[in-house]
Design a protein around this ligand. Sequence first.
Ligand code: GLA
Ligand code: ZN
Length: 696
Amino acid sequence: MLHGADYNPEQWTHMPDILNDDIRLMGLAKCNVMTIGMFSWSKLEPKEGSFDFGWMDEVIDKLYHNGIYTILGTPSGARPAWLAKKYPEVLRVRPERIRNLFGLRHNHCYTSPVYREKVSHINTLLAERYREHPGLLLWHISNEYGGECHCDLCQAAFRLWLRNKYENDLGRLNEAWYTTFWSHIYTDWEEIESPSPIGEFKLQGLLLDWKRFITDQSIDFMNQEIEPFKRLAPDIPITTNFLGGCIINYDKMAEHIDIVSWDSYPQWHGRHPDWRTACHAAFIHDKYRSFKPEQPFLLMESTPSMTNWQEVAKLKRPGMHALSSIQAVAHGSDSVQYFQWRKSRGGSEKFHGAVLDHSGHEHTRVFRDVAELGACLERLDSVIGRIVQAEVALIYDTENKWAVEGADGPRNPKLNYDEEVLHHYEPFWKLGIPTDVVSMDRPLDRYKLVIAPMLYMLKKDTVERLEAFVRSGGTLVLTYWSGIVDENDLCFLGGFPGPLRKLAGVWAEELDSLYVEDHNSIVMNGGQGDGLTETYSVSLMCDLIHAETAEVLAEYGEDFYEGYPALTVNRFGDGEVYYLAARTEQAFMDDFYGELATRCGIECAVRAEWSEGVTAQVRTDGTMDYIFLQNYTDREQLITLKEPVCDLEGAPAGESLLLPAYGFRILTKKRKTLKQQYRSAANPISNEPAENNGTE
Ligand code: GLA
Ligand code: ZN
């Protein structure tokens, strides 16, 4: 397991003793990796064409001789002042068409040939210099790619991108963007401008294509950064650290790197209960893990104590540091890394948490927490490389998010797509059921259950793929506000949910929008084996649907549409499709998905009983399961185990165990053979005799 941090030794070259002290302390903290170089350009190239790698050589050598590997960052995230002064084209232009001055970071044009050339040059020097270094583990490309530039170079590149997409046919673009509306017909490619608050910002087709272009242009820039490494050091893998929120389509970007990594900063002990914060963090871990589900990802950054940018950043309560770090491992990370190793003395991040505080020594609570976690990670060698095998997939699609949230109506303020998807994720987190979070383009055949909340936009082959999944026995859940538009945000004609209508077996005639304080209800009729008989509250949006071929499982309880279907199921091929017409209270989601998971024969991480705030995740190599029980409450929790499991050393864990406040336990269980799986499916509640559960 990797354990380490972002490290900026170049900030301390005037105090040469610090490097040795850092290395001693890294040993105490049981760190085996440091990420350097990410913001070092002005120290590496203090004057144009004059390079100084001496300090970096010393750092990488010393780290290596003390058992610490290097993840080497490229410096493109922040450029030297001389570069911006001499070549103003490298600086970003805002949507208002104002060019930024030098300053901050992430302030560069992705198109500028000068910037690309300068980045490529310094990356080539890094590749040549360090490719043979035995301490080099990974290339870390730039920092949290995101943002956009509206300069003339970017406008030209956008027009070229559009010409390619629409095969030089402006008529096709006009059709796709529906430009007869408000007299927007373009007669020349040069008339097209990127979206701007002082120009066009409501033409959905343009907005979507611009966002797609930004993603492609960022990827193109990244690929130019990567080129020298692939050419000169093809054996060293490549990563880039993703931000928590997908502002560009990271799913697409991930196809161009070897290892997915991301920076996680949940607001622990904030306004929400910690378990809810944990559930949200788990969702993002799963989302990024699912970019490459066959391999682990890396937690590239997290804070060992607090951040300096959240509204209120409370200190992690005792236990939370280890728990939140282990959470990443539970969801498939082979690392726990921090921003940052040593707190800077100045600059805007001088109050951001770090392993070493300004006090400069190891006798702090944070340091002890980090060192203890390091010792724990050292015991997890057997978990390295294990993956999460999910039987459930939740569709979360960045382009769908752009489309849903970009549209005016049906409700304003705009719909919150992330919140909607999380609403469906929560029951699985509570039950400890591994879940992949995938875009609508990913393969679905490996899953038993696929949930596609608010599938507003349908891409070209989405419907065929969903139909194939259900036809061969899969279970699909669809919701209101689905099947509304195609990839260009043009509404489907002939009745919603558009091309999903046959699959869902319903026609959605109208959609009622509710004020936040308004409620309606859905009354379950207890039909079709879903077993639910209660009444649940619904809010926000109520779809008025007609069951065509679907069977009705619940009806609205109030208003003029009392008695209209609110939940239906449609048999299609060997599978079934549920259609949930309204935003329900969480209790419904918990009950509904609890029943559905059982019906679909979906396995939890471990069969056990626990209370709110506790969960479990599992990583496996197909033979041995590593189960991570986690308690996100400030109280001790009793877990009743319903199947035999062992601890990491192979000793039986017993029938119940106590998790301390913010505590966790890692357990092991031998995977069932196929024969055993069939037997337990026939008799799900029987406790089977313990097999050899020890680690092997
Ligand atoms: C991001 C950046 C880091 C640092 C942290 C602070 O993740 O990558 O350089 O600014 O935020 O939380
Ligand atoms: Zn630009």
